[in-house]
Design a protein around this ligand. Structure first.
Ligand SMILES: [Zn+2]
Ligand SMILES: [Zn+2]
Length: 310
């Protein structure tokens, strides 16, 4: 997330862009023209996403593929190793395309024994180290760079968090050193790298719930268990992480049948208006929202809903 130190906010207030980032993104939108947005640095809210023209309610602003994703350890159904779509067959991949694009790092992962690392995650209820493991396999196989998440803002870590991460690092590194992976291939895998990646994942990972799977799940399972397990996985994106938070957002992210994120306008957006998403459940009351945002993302929300006590 593009979590600023303070959120001066309301949809009637447009932060003034200082300069435009010169990032190049590959957009996989069906529209031939580039998406109607720009990412700018502002003096009031840090990095932010702005509309470059009026955007109508319901418009698909852009799509985004994850930089890294991983199935949820408690997913209700088996999902594709690569795109997290629900699987109907026993293969780890939903399609030839998914197999082709991930087989290099899938093979790296399959060569190692993950028993100790996976036990460490499961016993502590940790899901984010699985994303670091996946990213490490991607780097070893040459499909990702070790600095691919550096552009994202890291969480502030306490000494206790770092202590817990050190154990995860040791187990991850051990899993690789016991395989045929060379020292050179895992030279990037230092304690500092592991902690820095996990610090970024902590506040930038999205919990993926597929819109298409939920109705079927509701019919086939007790509601209480569905509530806890509807997530098919977790993923980190680059561009979607630049959207700031608002408890009354003008944009949102949905997932239809895979980890491909779709950013949609929730209402008419003016040219130059900042676009914001809600990082948490917007139906929670003000105190619960502010508590969650502070604990999970480290900022006090000063959006107009929060300021008006809604
Ligand atoms: Zn797939
Ligand atoms: Zn708020």
């Amino acid at each position: 997330m593009a979590v600023p130190l303070r959120l001066a906010s309301s949809r009637f207030f447009f932060p003034k862009p200082l300069h435009i980032f010169s990032f190049s993104f590959s957009f996989s939108t069906s529209s031939p023209s580039p998406p109607p947005i720009r990412v700018s640095l502002t003096d009031s809210v840090g990095r932010a996403v702005f509309a470059t023209r009026p955007i109508p309610s319901g418009y698909l602003i852009h799509t985004a593929q994850p930089a890294v994703c991983h199935p949820s350890p408690s997913a209700l159904h088996p999902v594709c190793y690569s795109c997290l779509s629900t699987l109907s067959q026993r293969s780890p991949f939903c399609s030839h395309h998914c197999h082709q694009r991930s087989k290099e790092y899938y093979d790296v992962e399959m060569k190692a024994n993950w028993e100790d690392f996976d036990d460490y995650c499961r016993n502590r209820g940790l899901k984010y180290p699985f994303l670091v493991k996946r990213l490490a396999c991607m780097i070893i196989s040459g499909v990702a760079k070790s600095d691919s998440l550096d552009i994202l803002q890291p969480a502030t870590l306490t000494p206790e968090m770092i202590f817990e991460m050190e154990e995860g690092f040791t187990l991850l590194r051990n899993a690789f050193t016991k395989t045929l992976v060379s020292d050179e291939q895992i030279a990037f895998l230092t304690k500092q790298w592991y902690i820095s990646v996990l610090a970024r994942i902590r506040i930038n990972a999205f919990r993926i719930e597929l819109a298409s799977g939920s109705y079927e799940d509701l019919l086939s399972s007790a509601f209480a268990s569905v509530e806890a397990e509807t997530a098919v996985g977790n993923a980190v994106y680059i561009l979607p992480s630049f959207y700031n938070h608002d408890c009354d957002p003008n944009a949102h992210i949905i997932w239809i049948d895979s980890a491909e994120a779709k950013l949609k306008a929730l209402r008419d957006i003016d040219e130059g208006e900042e676009m914001r998403i809600c990082y948490i459940d917007a139906s929670l009351n003000r105190d619960a929202r502010r508590e969650l945002l502070f604990r999970g993302f480290g900022f006090q929300c000063n959006c107009s809903r929060c300021l008006h006590g809604d």
